[in-house]
Design a protein around this ligand. Sequence first.
Ligand code: NAI
Length: 328
Amino acid sequence: MKLLFYAAKDYDRKSFDSVIGDFKDIEIDYIEHELEPRTAVLAKGYDAVCAFVSADVGAETLEIFADCGVKAVLMRCAGYNNVDTEKAKELGITVKIVPGYSPESVAELAMGLALAVNRRLYKAYNKVRENDYTLKGLRGVLLHGKTAGIVGTGKIGAAMCRICNGFGMKVIAYDVYENPDLKGFVEYVSLDELLERSDLISLHCPLLDSTYHMINIENIKKMKDGVILVNTSRGALIDTDELIEGIRMDKFLGVGLDVYEEETGNVYEDRSDQIMAHSVTARLLSFPNVMITSHQGFYTLEALKSIAETTLQNMVDAANGVDTRNNV
Ligand code: NAI
């Protein structure tokens, strides 16, 4: 069975090559090109393709795959908002994801961002390196005893609830379904109540029509002054222009983003030599209370190994017509 691996980075090769020995029937060709309609034709002769969050797996790409004989799209990530799943179904192409490879990896980064923006660790690091030992601009607030509001309590949100509980925070949550594992230490409330009561708000729900721009100026106005907002889920959960409006209103103690609306095109690329065109990201970075990382929530040793194993098992299952909870 032949697998074409798009947008391969060194760490992808390392993690997949480290487990390929357990999947003797699979042969992988890695290419650095991102998956988009222009590069989809390269999959001719392959049984399956492997893609990531920034790939364009829309209708046009899928139609080219169908012509090329590709039978499965294996996403090496949990989100699949960039895949036209209806079109895939219509064309008989199986789509599989890796749903819960290491929820704690993402949740730990979410708390890392909350701590970094609260205590301005990025500033402190640079100040000390410059021989500046003053404390100006570094004062944070205590998280212990404060209220954490977790939006979306699936695998990652649940891990974040446990971390916040461990920090001595009161944990409230909003989800369309309640997670029974969190009974006893998490109080479910409406989204409005969560926005009004939380000192730290962390987003962990998927990007859907119903969640697109759920953090907009109307909802930002409902938040407490001095709230910390963290997004490690998907950029478009937040309306960036309206977030900037909220930052200018001095609403936030800090904003930590591992994902943001303009990230496609940036994610995992070195663009340090380029002059950016109009960019709301650049505007966001101009604020002293904003920290952005580039979609690295998943990036731990343990998560990479787990992603590689599950993706290759997904390929075996797809070839054998076995539907699992990893099908979308
Ligand atoms: P999950 O499917 O286990 O949990 C998602 C939760 O969101 C579910 O409990 C669901 O009921 C809830 N939800 C759905 N619609 C909602 C709504 N309208 N309002 C509130 N909650 C709603 O997903 P998991 O594994 O916890 O991942 C969450 C998200 O994290 C993914 O969708 C993905 O976008 C993102 N992610 C980011 C990574 C990174 O590297 N930064 C890595 C992996 C995932």
